[in-house]
Design a protein. Structure first.
Length: 199
């Protein structure tokens, strides 16, 4: 059985500042979230954490590996966060000033929308090959990614409609446990396990 533990990196400075993309560091709260996630995984039998190259995913993975013994870290470029193009590194306030009406336009076409960067279809295409390899391995692993890439992964593994994928809730302190063979999912928060996605 292939089982994946899907994790979003801990909170980062850019989350607090409402800045899109970038490569900022974990906040103290983000480091604590990574430690809590590690505690929830201590009794899970897995040997590999695949992670994005971004600092926040690397550091979250290192914190987990420091608590869960015997885990190997493997960097996967396909897991990096969405490229936001012209709004990369900008705050919501700045975007509203520079591109008035952009968020309304994006909300109406969130799956295919992009402004010089990527959209959900682009991300879905780049994670597909990686996920295909995992399905062949038939074992357990963890993945540390980002909000948008994790949404694409969940959409792909659970066969969700394209209308639902961009709106999946992927908190920084929740693990999604996915039974790949049966397209089933559970959420784990502070050691408490529940069926389905977080609403």
């Amino acid at each position: 059985m292939t089982r994946i533990y899907l994790i979003r990196h801990g909170e980062v400075e850019n989350n607090v500042k409402d800045i899109f993309g970038g490569d900022s560091e974990l906040t103290e709260r983000g480091r604590e979230q990574a430690r809590e996630i590690a505690e929830s995984l201590k009794n899970v039998d897995f040997e590999i954490i695949y992670h994005s190259p971004r600092k926040r995913a690397v550091n979250t993975s290192k914190i987990i590996a420091g608590i869960v013994s015997g885990v190997k870290l493997i960097e996967v470029p396909e897991l990096t966060e969405m490229n936001y193009g012209e709004i990369e590194g900008l705050s919501i306030k700045d975007i509203n000033q520079i591109f008035p009406g952009l968020f309304k336009e994006r909300a109406e076409n969130k799956y295919y929308w992009k402004l010089g960067g990527e959209n959900f279809e682009d991300i879905r295409n780049r994670v597909r090959g990686f996920l295909g390899g995992l399905k062949l391995e038939k074992n357990c692993c963890a993945i540390v990614g980002h909000q948008m890439t994790n949404r694409a992964i969940l959409g792909e593994l659970l066969n969700l409609s394209i209308d639902k994928i961009p709106f999946i809730n992927t908190p920084n302190d929740v693990i999604y446990e996915i039974d790949v063979d049966n397209s089933e999912v559970w959420h784990i928060n502070k050691g408490v396990r529940g069926k389905g996605l977080i609403e």
